[in-house]
Design a protein around this ligand. Sequence first.
Ligand code: ZN
Length: 680
Amino acid sequence: MSNPLLETAERPPFSRIRPEHAVPAIEQILAEARERIAALRELQGSPDWDTLIEPLEQIHDRIGRAWAPVSHLNAVCNTPAWREAYNRCLDLLTAFQTETGQDEKLCRAHRRLREGPGWDALEPARQQLIEHALREFRLSGVALSGQKKQRFREIAAELARASARFEEHVLDATDAWQKPIEDARALRGLPESAMALLAQAARREGREGYLATLEFPAYLAVMTHAEDPALRREVYEASGTRASDQGPHAGRWDNGPVMEEILRLRHESARLLGYENYAELSLVPKMAPDVATVMRFLEDLAARARPPAGRELAELGEYARERHGCERLEPWDIAFYSERLRRERFRVSQEELRPYFPVDRVLGGMFEVVRRLYGLEVRRVDGVVDTWHEDVQYFEIREPDGGLRGAFYTDLYARPHKRGGAWMGDCVGRRRTAGGVQTPVAFLTCNFTPPVGDGPALLTHEEVITLFHEFGHSLHHLLTRMDYLGVSGLNGVPWDAVELPSQFMENFCWEREALDLISGHVETGEPLPQELFERLHAARNFQAGMHMCRQLEFSLFDMRLHRDYDPERGGRVRETLDAVREQVAVVIPPSWHRFPNSFDHIFAGAYPAGYYSYKWAEVLSADAYSAFEEAGVFDRATGLRFLHEILEPGGSRDAGELFRAFRGRDPRIEPLLRHNGIAA
Ligand code: ZN
């Protein structure tokens, strides 16, 4: 019987991939990999690129190409069978990774290459890849002695499992809560599109009337528009207590103990490697030099953002009291009254913008932005590509001469059993092989409001920004020119610089010239009218201080949690969060609220002691974008410089060096402050 995960087609044959294929495929690939590595370990003398690194590149590529569809399907079409297959593969892969990472002979072969006669003649991208590999050996505990080495391996396995469990709990808790609503009056305040969304959710479950769920578009609609404070509170509580000891499913999927376990294991692994705490360890491969620098950076921003945030909240409270008789502003009132105040002051709402952003128009306009900046063509390819869901579309990016540069799948709408949020995933990485260049392929996944009825999906401006953000990551992955997997695309890019290309792209969503391309009224095709554009712009920094404080709260909480872990006293998750809020938050949620329990960025994602990356990279992205503000937003020369100096080199050079090559100087914080309406 053939296993579709073992095929080496250009793209995974999704419709034929079943959960039962996953474990046998990974087992076979890892067995072959172990056999090849056994030979590499015995290399004598000073190995070179072709004898040592190229075979390892092939091994990583083979594993990555089988694992990518497995982890992707587990995230977007989650079933008990996929979950089990994913977890078993995860165990196998984690064991393989730590085993190779701790392989002394393999590490010594790398060191001999590093110290050998051919080193100086190696091209810098190859040198960078090998330096990163040596760092990876060290961070996998290659230098540890017997017992400690064994313990490090156990920790890696336990950590991988705990993170997967964390994510499962969040998904189950999100899917489990729903509230049938028969009487439309209970939903007064909701715009037509949101009513239709909730009605569609009810039909999906074979019900009459409406269904409130915790899928993000439905959650947001209720929090922003529902006039009934009791309903808002109920939804706020259900969402804010997911996977915890509180709320409607208290104790059912409680991530409290999982967080404790994760923090304890991370701390232990950092100590084994000789670091004070996990925050220190996390920064080793990053751009930021040390924990103190990150803390100073965040605290400086907090000091700037908190005064305006405090004023914004006071103003909101006053507005709610005077205009709506709301004496006490509760956390579940914030979004609701903010929306009203925004509408009154700027006469603009996300709902009003929706008809101007039909999804195909937005995609077409976004691709036109890329054509103007980089001279590349993006086209949808219909009918020939195998996918995993009817919502999925497939696109190709081509050179002016027709050469294929990269390709990506989009899966844009929220649905049950799909992980929340938006992200870019690596499907195939670029590398040069004997047969030519392997075209990179990406997954672009979002959770937007699905099309309701027969019409196209209509996006809010916020959703458009999210789409641009993820497309920015995709371009980083797809437009790379690097020929080695270890440094192509996002590979090897320090995590606190990864949000540069993504946040950079968001800026275009605020430009008149770009909005002319991405907006077109669903009925008339008319682009966003000038006066609506001006109102949108005027509202850009509405509550920017509050927004900034919220981001800083997440970042500081994450950093302190990992810096201050104390084995005697445990994770002290709530204590830490309270202390951070004391320092930076203006809105304090109720004591039963359990935000950390669904904070998957740091407990299940790639951002532990790294959430600060968003703000850190925003310094870079805002400053990079200011070069376009100076030269013209579609200035081709600036666009090509960004392409050549930031996107194409991927992880082949240090992030600071790439930024300087593009901007001609070190990054400055002023553009970030200016974009956020905060005085320098
Ligand atoms: Zn991002």
